[in-house]
Design a binder for this molecule. Structure first.
Ligand SMILES: Cc1ncc(COP(=O)(O)O)c(C=O)c1O
Length: 463
């Protein structure tokens, strides 16, 4: 089933004129060419077509890495042939993956950091599926052992969760209990999390770095409230932390913040190596507190140097280069390099958010002091234009700054969001502010509302 829609006006052949003496090549778009164009022609054709993509460094919508040191990119290219599942053929890559798991378990306070339980994944979404399955399995085992029904599991989380958790619930038949936003509280709080739990709750998911505004959910407070629930009503609810972004930020610039395995109730954590782990797209991590947190019957064995190695994944074949690149970043930056990078990004995010708040028509929803990410809205008195118009005008200048509406209960609130990532520098930050000021002044000078067919009012962005 093709999931992409076809453009009705799309041409079915493209003619490529090559710069050198190679002449012309005619290439059909939707069917395999009868004869190949050759490597040089194919390279020219595809690389010039890709110029139509956006400029990734100006994409302030994505959390995913768009800049790596060239030595890291070179190492990735040199290791592109390694298949991570071939542990027997690439034992050193397997060793590097195990080291990364141990490094992260140590960073996040696991009691078994030197022989940690965890794995690499394609990203936080796959990690969420694996961690969610482990929680569902363990809940089911507890229910069966108690002689109770195990057919109506639910998962409690804020309405601000990333779509991967809704996917998990749909694919693995778990009821999603989405706690709505309320007033100016844009993420899960302890009392509302507990109010949604019952004996069928497989876990509460807390997010370290909400996709909507970069704010941290109060993991420790939620854990304390679940301790009280267990003491008072005997209902045991474990926690998972979705630290897709924050897992690589908080340990370096907020080490005193307790959100990780220092809290006994936290059973598993996911993070995206390709976000603030600083690797190009394709790597995430799932780490369990200890070996008891991952049921053995979810684990399969693959051949490894004549023996067996346990694996837990949704895929089989996958590039090893992503994991090697993660280890490269750990080795090249070290703890102080990550700390310097993250505090620099936070400083830039707070510099931009301070500039935005001084422009006049905007109010900050967050300021970039947790994740280097912040959201801002227009003040209610602005009626001639919307955040969607601001987003469109910035796009004309090359900047991708998404505008979107908050979820249920706060759908009245539309915001713009800026994600500050490695590869951004102060000059770029000031340039962005300069363009935002120019766009805002232009929109402020309107003496009536923008005609609605021109002004976009849609929710232009999916989380
Ligand atoms: C909080 C959160 N969880 C999960 C994800 C999914 O991450 P990935 O793209 O690595 O699958 C994201 C992505 O933005 C996120 O922000």
């Amino acid at each position: 089933m093709p999931l992409s829609a076809r453009h009705p006006e799309r041409r079915h052949n493209r003619k490529l004129t090559l710069p050198a003496a190679q002449g012309e090549a005619e290439v059909p778009i939707d069917s395999l060419p009868a004869s190949g164009a050759g490597t040089e022609a194919a390279y020219e054709l595809i690389s010039s077509e890709l110029l139509l993509d956006g400029q990734s460094r100006l994409n302030l919508a994505t959390f995913v890495t768009t800049w790596m040191p060239s030595a890291g990119a070179r190492l990735m290219a040199e290791t592109a042939d390694k298949n991570i599942i071939d542990k027997d053929e690439y034992p050193q890559t397997a060793e590097i993956e195990a080291r990364c798991v141990n490094i992260l378990a140590d960073l996040w306070g696991s009691p078994e950091a030197e022989s940690a339980t965890g794995c690499s994944t394609t990203g936080s979404s796959e990690a969420a599926m694996l961690a969610g399955m482990a929680l569902k399995w363990r809940w089911r085992d507890r229910r069966r052992a108690a002689g109770k029904p195990a057919d109506r599991p639910n998962l409690v989380m804020g309405a601000n969760v990333q779509v991967c958790w809704e996917k998990f619930c749909r694919y693995w038949e778990v009821e999603p209990r989405l706690v709505p936003m309320e007033g100016e509280t844009f993420h899960l709080t302890a009392d509302r999390a507990v109010a949604h739990c019952d004996e069928n709750t497989i876990a509460v998911v807390a997010i370290l770095g909400s996709t909507f505004d970069g704010s941290y959910e109060p993991v420790k407070e939620i854990a304390d409230a679940l301790d009280a629930l267990e003491a008072e009503r005997g209902i045991h609810v474990p926690m998972h932390v979705d630290a897709a972004s924050g897992g690589f930020v908080a340990p370096f610039i907020a080490p005193e913040l307790e959100w990780d395995f220092r809290i006994p109730r936290v059973q598993s954590i996911n993070a995206s190596g390709h976000k603030y782990g600083l690797v190009y797209p394709g790597v995430g991590w799932a780490i369990w507190r200890d070996r008891h947190a991952l049921p053995r019957d979810l684990v399969f064995d693959v051949n490894y140097l004549g023996g067996h190695m346990p694996t837990f994944s949704l895929n089989f074949s996958r590039p090893g280069s992503e994991v090697i690149a993660q280890y490269f970043m750990f080795t090249s930056l070290g703890r102080d390099g990550y700390s310097a990078m993250m505090s620099n990004l936070r400083e830039m995010a707070m510099h931009i958010s301070a500039g935005v708040s001084q422009l006049g028509p905007y109010r900050l929803i967050s300021d970039g002091s947790e994740l280097p990410v912040f959201a801002f809205a227009l003040r209610p008195e602005t009626t001639n234009y919307t955040v969607f118009d601001v987003s469109e005008r910035l796009r004309e200048r090359g900047w991708l700054v998404p505008a979107y509406t908050f979820p249920e209960n706060r759908q009245d609130l539309s915001v713009l969001r800026i994600v500050v990532r490695s590869g951004m520098h102060m000059e770029m930050a000031d340039d962005l502010l300069h363009h935002l000021r120019a766009v805002t002044e232009m929109l402020e000078s309107l003496d009536g509302p923008l005609p609605r067919p021109l002004a976009s009012t849609t929710q232009a962005f999916a989380h």
